[in-house]
Design a protein. Structure first.
Ligand code: PLA
Length: 457
């Protein structure tokens, strides 16, 4: 039998994978026509005879580790007791253990008691979830909700919702470009690349002031082609932890309006930045109040700790309910061949927690606790850095940044040193997740940062 198979294999022609050229994944608008993805070359089939012991996948090259999730893999492989994982943004207790919120456990208990079934959800997801998620974001009394002008569909957490929106942009705005902040969450680039939406960056972070380059941001948004999709972090900008002030948001809205751009918010940290769900929805609600049509991707990974449940949503605010209905139908059409319909468990948890006044209040308290613990370690880290570093360097940026991250300003070699010498795992852009830090580890972290900052060029 084996030899029969071998002879078939030897005499048959097979399609073989061909390697993707280096750097092919970065699609700047200006580079669009040079990119092999657009020419379809990367996926062409090459027919040739192959021998049995040569893999059909010979042309598949090794992918680099993910800059964020790859850090967790490296962390797991380290056997040193001092190791600390400040890579991925995942909340840990003071004992550095993962945390399942009490309200989540209560909601799950309710779900078990009710004996809920495992039938498929509709393509757009759980109706009760879609209702509460839009209300949480925009406010239940917002006119866009009252007038039925929001197309909401459940997504595979923040990432899946962003990806679905990117596919929608590609299909309905094939000539439009996305604008993303420099820097931004690394996966934004992957998402637009894979959806074949060309993108370019607008200035955001100013290393000299360790603050927002507001003038640069406005100038770049102004210089972009009219009708671009401007990706904005609703709150707790990742990785910098620097958000525009309310006055700056107004001015950003002015320039976006002037240029006929479409705002596209990524809201992955509602309630986690300030501890208040409403305060963290400020930017989105401001743009809605000003009458924009816009997109918002939501995630419950952090604020409800539902990381692995993959629960979030994409909301498209339209100027009429009729447009909203049509947009929703097309989002469903895009979702169906991608993943058919979304998972139910996380959606039920959110619907139960947000939809029940008691659980909702309890959730808000737990969120304040989580946000408070992050603020405490932020404060302690700042104090340790200021006390221990005798160079006179101003570390107050640690306190000014908000959200779960601190952008330390450490460059790649210094970040490598943090890992190689101190067993502190972090992303190579100098970002550390304070959600993975405990008060008792702050001093150790401060020593490592001071050493890396002063002793590595
Ligand atoms: N948008 C932003 C700005 C994020 O920071 C993240 C997660 C997401 C979307 C997507 O999260 P979700 O798909 O789980 O809802 N960023 C993390 C994790 C926390 C990651 O990279 O996947 C981070 O460490 O940056």
């Amino acid at each position: 039998m084996a030899s029969a198979l071998a002879s078939v294999a030897l005499s048959t022609t097979f399609a073989r994978a061909v390697p993707l050229p280096e750097n092919s994944m970065r699609i700047g608008a200006e580079k669009k026509h040079d990119n092999p993805l657009f020419k379809g070359k990367a996926f062409r089939r090459v027919s040739m005879a192959v021998s049995v012991n040569v893999s059909r996948f010979e042309g598949v090259t090794m992918a680099p580790p993910d800059p964020i999730l790859g850090v967790s893999e490296a962390f797991r492989a380290d056997t040193n007791d001092l190791k600390l994982n400040l890579g991925v943004g995942a909340y840990r207790t003071e004992e550095l253990q993962p945390y399942v919120l009490n309200v989540v456990k209560k909601a799950e208990k309710l779900m078990l008691e009710r004996g809920e079934n495992k039938e498929y959800l509709p393509i757009e997801g759980l109706a009760a979830f879609n209702k509460v998620t839009a209300e949480l974001l925009f406010g239940a009394d917002n006119s866009v909700i009252q007038e039925g002008r929001v197309a909401t569909i459940q997504g595979l957490s923040g990432t899946g919702s962003l990806r679905l929106a990117a596919a929608f942009i590609h299909r309905y705005f094939p000539d439009a470009k996305a604008l993303i902040s420099s820097p931004t969450w690394g996966n934004h680039k992957n998402i637009f690349n894979d959806a074949r939406v060309p993108w370019s960056e607008y200035r955001y972070y100013d290393p000299r002031t360790v603050g927002l380059d507001f003038d640069g941001m406005v100038a770049d948004i102004k210089a972009a082609p009219d009708g671009s999709f401007v990706l904005l972090h609703g709150c707790a900008h990742n990785p910098t932890g620097i958000d525009p002030t309310p006055e700056q948001w107004e001015k950003i809205a002015d320039v976006i309006q002037e240029k006929n751009h479409i705002p596209f918010f990524d809201v992955a940290y509602q309630g986690f930045a300030s501890g208040s769900l409403d305060a963290d929805a400020y930017s989105v609600r401001l743009f809605v109040r000003r009458g924009f049509e816009l997109l918002v991707a939501q995630s419950y990974s952090k604020n409800l700790g539902l990381y692995a449940e993959r629960i979030g949503a994409i909301n498209v605010v339209c100027s009429s309910s009729d447009a909203g209905t049509r947009v929703k139908s097309q989002l469903k059409r895009l979702a169906r061949p991608m993943y058919s319909n979304p998972p139910v468990h996380g959606a039920r948890i959110v619907a139960n927690v947000v939809g029940d006044p008691n659980l909702f209040n309890e959730w808000k308290q737990e969120m304040e606790l989580m946000a408070g613990r992050i603020k405490n370690v932020r404060q302690r880290l700042y104090e340790n850095l200021s006390e221990k570093d005798k160079s006179g360097k101003d570390w107050s940026f640690v306190l000014k940044q908000i959200g779960m991250f601190s952008y330390t300003g450490l460059h790649k070699a210094q970040s490598d040193h943090m890992t190689d010498k101190w067993h502190i795992y972090m992303t190579k852009d100098g970002r550390i997740s304070l959600a993975g830090l405990s008060l008792s580890k702050c001093e150790y972290l401060a020593d490592a940062i001071i050493d890396s900052f002063h002793n590595v060029d």
